[in-house]
Design a protein around this ligand. Structure first.
Ligand SMILES: *Cc1c(COP(=O)(O)O)cnc(C)c1O
Length: 415
C-alpha cells in the first residue's frame, strides 16, 4: 500500500494506490497474476485464512486475509478495486464482477431474501428490468416500478411498500436521460425503519460527473463495460459502497457465485482507469456541441440531452447532482421508425451498435433492439418511441461526427 500515508488527489491515487512494485519484481505497472491458487506460509496460516474468510474470526487491525483461491480474491482484483476507490467519491469498499449485470444481481441477492421488495425507477436498463421481472419476482421478491424523475411517486413507494429493502435508481435513465433526485430518495429511505439501501446504477455519468455515494446513496453500481472500460473490448462490472459492512455480504455471494472478474480482464480494466476522466470530458464536450447543433435540425422532433432539458424539475435535479451533461443523447426523428432506419443506414463514421461509453461513436434504435422485449404500453410510458435513436459519442473530432449525422439526417428527412 504505497502512498496511503499522505492523502493524494483521485487522479494521482488511481495510478499509485494499492499496487506495490516490490511485490511484482519491480514492474512499474501491475503484472497479471493468473494463478488459480496461492501457497500458504504454514498450515496455521491456511487455517487462519479460512477462518477469516468464513467469518469465524475477525482479522487483526491492518491484517488482510491471505490470498487463497482466485474465485474468492486475486491480486489483480485487489489492484483494480484499490484504483476504483479514489475515483468514486466517498467509496470505502469495491468489488469487481465479470459484467455489470453480475454486479447488479449479486448486490441485490446479497441484501434481499424472498418476501422483500425492491422499488426501482423506469425506464431502466433492459437487462435489469428482465432480472427483476423474469428472475427475482418468480424467486419471491416484489418489484415496484416508479417512473424516473417522479419524486412524489418514489417517496410514496418507499414509504408504503412492505419489506422494502432496496431502492434501485438509474439516473439518468436509458434512453430518455430522465433524471431522478438521488438525495431525495436517500432522505425518503432514511425516514423508514429498517432503512432500505439506496443503490444507484451510475453507468451513464459516473465516475466523472455524478457522485451518488457523496449524495448519501449506499451502493454505486457500474457496467464497467461502458465508460470505465472505455474501448468496447471487455465486459466488467463494479459495485462500490460507502460502508465496508455493506460490501461484506456482496463479496461473500461473489465467492459463491464465482462471478469475480478474471485476472486478465482486471488488468485490462485497471489500465483504462487513469484515462476515464480524460475520455469522459472529451466525450461530454463533443456530445454537447453536436447535440446543441442537431436540436434545431428539421428532421429532429425532439432531443433528450441534459444541457437541453426544458422541464424546470429536471433542470433542478441536473444542476444539483451532475457536473457535466455527459456523452449520451437521444434523438426523436419526425419520420418515426423509417426515418430512424434511414439515418442508421447512412452513417459512415458512427457505427450502428448497442452499448455505449467507448471511444468510438455508436448509435442504436432502442425500440427494435435493446428495448424490443418490453411491452408496447411500458414503452410508450417510458418514452421509447419508434422514432428514437440513442447516440453514444466517442472521442473523434466532433466536426466529423456532426457532418456524418447531418448527412445521414438528410436521408432521414426524405422518408
Ligand atoms: C450495459 C448496462 C448494464 C449491464 O452491464 P453489462 O456489463 O452489459 O452486464 C447495466 N446498466 C446500464 C445502465 C448499462 O448501460
Amino acid at each position: 500500500m504505497s502512498n496511503q500515508e499522505r492523502k493524494v488527489h483521485p487522479s494521482t491515487a488511481v495510478l499509485t494506490a494499492g499496487f506495490d512494485p516490490a511485490l511484482s519484481v519491480g514492474s512499474a505497472r501491475p503484472a497479471v497474476f493468473r494463478s488459480s491458487t496461492y501457497v500458504f506460509d504454514s498450515p496455521e496460516a491456511a487455517e487462519r485464512a479460512f477462518a477469516i474468510l468464513g467469518g469465524r474470526i475477525e482479522p487483526e487491525p491492518g491484517e488482510t486475509a491471505d490470498l487463497v483461491y482466485s474465485r474468492f480474491n486475486h491480486p489483480n482484483a485487489e489492484i483494480v478495486e484499490a484504483h476504483m476507490l479514489p475515483l468514486e467519491s466517498h467509496a470505502r469498499a469495491a468489488a469487481v464482477f465479470n459484467s455489470g449485470m453480475a454486479a447488479i444481481m449479486t448486490a441485490i441477492m446479497a441484501h434481499t431474501r424472498p418476501g422483500d421488495a425492491i422499488v426501482y425507477t423506469v425506464p431502466i436498463y433492459g437487462g435489469t428490468q428482465s432480472l427483476i421481472q423474469k428472475f427475482l419476482e418468480p424467486w419471491g421478491l416484489l418489484g415496484v416500478p416508479v417512473p424516473g424523475g417522479d419524486s412524489a411517486a418514489l417517496d410514496s413507494a418507499i414509504q408504503h411498500t412492505p419489506h422494502c429493502r432496496i431502492v434501485l435508481l438509474e439516473s439518468p435513465a436509458n434512453p430518455t436521460l430522465k433524471m431522478t433526485d438521488i438525495a431525495r430518495a436517500v432522505a425518503s429511505a432514511a425516514a423508514r425503519e429498517p432503512r432500505p439501501l439506496v443503490m444507484v446504477d451510475n453507468t451513464f455519468l459516473g465516475p466523472a460527473f455524478q457522485h451518488p455515494l457523496q449524495l448519501g446513496a449506499d451502493i454505486a453500481i457500474y457496467s464497467a463495460t461502458k465508460y470505465l472500460g472505455g474501448f468496447s473490448d471487455i465486459l466488467a462490472g463494479v459495485a462500490l459502497a460507502r460502508d465496508p459492512e455493506i460490501m461484506k455480504p456482496i463479496r461473500a455471494r461473489r465467492s459463491l457465485f464465482g462471478n469475480i472478474l478474471a485476472p486478465d480482464e482486471c488488468w485490462i480494466l485497471d489500465s483504462r482507469l487513469p484515462t476515464v476522466h480524460l475520455r469522459m470530458n472529451r466525450q461530454s464536450k463533443n456530445a454537447q456541441r453536436i447535440a446543441e447543433r442537431l436540436a434545431t435540425h428539421p428532421a429532429v422532433k425532439k432531443i433528450y440531452y441534459p444541457s437541453l432539458f426544458t422541464d424546470p424539475e429536471q433542470i433542478r435535479i441536473r444542476d444539483a447532482q451532475c457536473d457535466y451533461p455527459g456523452g449520451i443523447f437521444s434523438l426523436i426523428l419526425n419520420g418515426g421508425k423509417p426515418a430512424a432506419f434511414e439515418f442508421l443506414r447512412h452513417l459512415k463514421i458512427a457505427r450502428n451498435a448497442v452499448s455505449l461509453g467507448g471511444v468510438e461513436t455508436l448509435v442504436c434504435h432502442p425500440r427494435s433492439t435493446t428495448h424490443s422485449a418490453v411491452s408496447d404500453e411500458e414503452l410508450q410510458l417510458s418514452g421509447v418511441v419508434d422514432g428514437l435513436v440513442r447516440v453514444s459519442i466517442g472521442i473523434e473530432d466532433w466536426r466529423d461526427i456532426l457532418a456524418d449525422f447531418e448527412s445521414a439526417l438528410s436521408h432521414a428527412e426524405a422518408v
